[in-house]
Design a protein around this ligand. Structure first.
Ligand SMILES: C=CC1=C(C)c2cc3[nH]c(cc4nc(cc5[nH]c(cc1n2)c(C)c5CCC(=O)O)C(CCC(=O)O)=C4C)c(C)c3C=C
Ligand SMILES: [Fe+2]
Ligand SMILES: [Fe+2]
Length: 347
């Protein structure tokens, strides 16, 4: 067998590196089986559900996976991107990766433009992290920067994404070197981007809200008690946004949404808070979701439709949902800042 020089020292491609953006994942379709497949993978993850295993698998298969896929399939259908036949989360994550690749071509990282390949993959569903990583490796990437797109760390999101990536690498003989981007809940670029997008949305609404609700995805309270820093990260983010906007405590409040199951979750809950605000006389509110880097079922449907209805039903008059940062200029500035910072020394 002839061994080529470039096979040994990799000189042909030695400076190629990948940036792998990752988000949570989403079903492939809105039909019962697509949603069931997605929920089965998601809710079988021990990082997401920490209940005793056998009991949980029984509840999951006997109760949750029988009824929930149909109900959630309808919710997904209400927000589905029909042009591409995919969920908004997928469309937005792809676009974030494409725009990042373009900024790198335009010189974001200096003269390394042709050596950095941007990929994207989902923790659950498709495109999988395995497929996305293998694609980067097949294109010659010997180094990969992994960027879980969660500003606030939690074991149920950031850690499980890393677990999955390490599992993928475990099957490789020739592993790429790996870096994992840190959570960015307190980074200036991120806080400025959220504050800026909120201000622009309020200008478009044309009126000052009585209260701004910063709604984060919920987590079981037990995870906070066990030491997960998520709750503290969410509050730090909100404090920094409030300071940036020069608002008093009561004008920007933190809530937690998307409760699941019977255990106690982080409080206050978004839905109960929004109903109570209206009942106490708030007529105009804005809801911002800084924990989501891309709009998805939880922001478009749960906040923009479900919670807006609760507010109007209780007498509210104006409800402004602030889009997530997505692939907007604000959003891309955040992703670019994370990538630039985390690649230092590699480029
Ligand atoms: C115990 C269950 C769940 C935990 C813990 C949890 C944490 C968590 N999730 C996100 C972000 C997203 N979650 C999304 C959907 C979603 N989340 C859960 C359950 C838990 N999440 C379920 C069952 C679902 C699917 C919908 C449903 O059946 O209710 C999404 C949206 C995906 C999409 O396709 O649009 C996101 C994003 C975070 C950030 C988080 C903890 C910090
Ligand atoms: Fe979730
Ligand atoms: Fe939800």
């Amino acid at each position: 067998m002839t061994i080529l020089h470039s096979d040994v020292d990799g000189s042909a491609n030695s400076r190629k590196m990948g940036v792998l953006l990752s988000n949570l994942g989403t079903p492939d379709g809105t039909d019962y089986w697509s949603v069931r497949r997605y929920l089965a993978e998601f809710l079988s993850d021990r990082r997401v559900i920490e209940a005793p295993r056998l009991l949980w698998l029984f509840i999951l298969n006997a109760l949750i996976l029988t009824a929930r896929p149909q109900r959630k399939g309808k919710d997904y259908a209400a927000i589905w991107n029909r042009d591409r036949n995919e969920s908004p989360l997928k469309t937005i994550t792809r676009s974030q990766a494409e725009k990042l690749q373009q900024s790198i071509r335009d010189g974001l990282l200096g003269d390394t433009k042709s050596n950095v390949i941007v990929g994207w993959g989902m923790r659950y569903g498709n495109p999988s992290l395995k497929a996305a990583t293998e694609r980067l490796v097949a294109r010659g990437c010997e180094r990969i920067l992994f960027v879980p797109l969660y500003p606030q760390y939690s074991a149920a999101t950031s850690a499980t994404a890393c677990d999955k990536l390490f599992e993928v690498l475990a099957s490789m003989r020739n592993q790429p070197a790996l870096r994992v981007a840190a959570p960015y809940y307190d980074q200036d670029t991120y806080i400025n981007a959220i504050a800026g997008s909120l201000t622009e949305r309020l200008l478009r609404a044309g009126s000052e809200p009585d209260v701004i609700v910063a709604s984060f995805h919920g987590m079981p309270l037990s995870t906070h008690v066990a030491g997960d820093p998520y709750y503290a990260h969410c509050h730090r983010t909100a404090d920094l946004i409030r300071t940036r906007l020069g608002l008093p405590q009561e004008r920007l409040i933190v809530t937690f949404q998307s409760r699941f199951g019977r255990a106690e979750w982080l409080k206050p809950h978004t839905d109960e808070t929004i109903k109570a605000l209206a009942a106490k006389g708030a007529r105009r509110i804005a809801v911002v979701t800084p924990g989501f880097s891309a709009d998805c079922l939880e922001t478009i449907e749960e906040i923009g439709q479900e919670n807006a209805k609760y507010f109007f039903d209780e007498g509210g008059e104006a409800f402004a949902r602030v889009d997530c940062l997505n692939d907007s200029d604000h959003g891309m500035r955040v992703i670019e800042a994370v990538v630039r910072r985390e690649l230092s020394g590699w480029v």
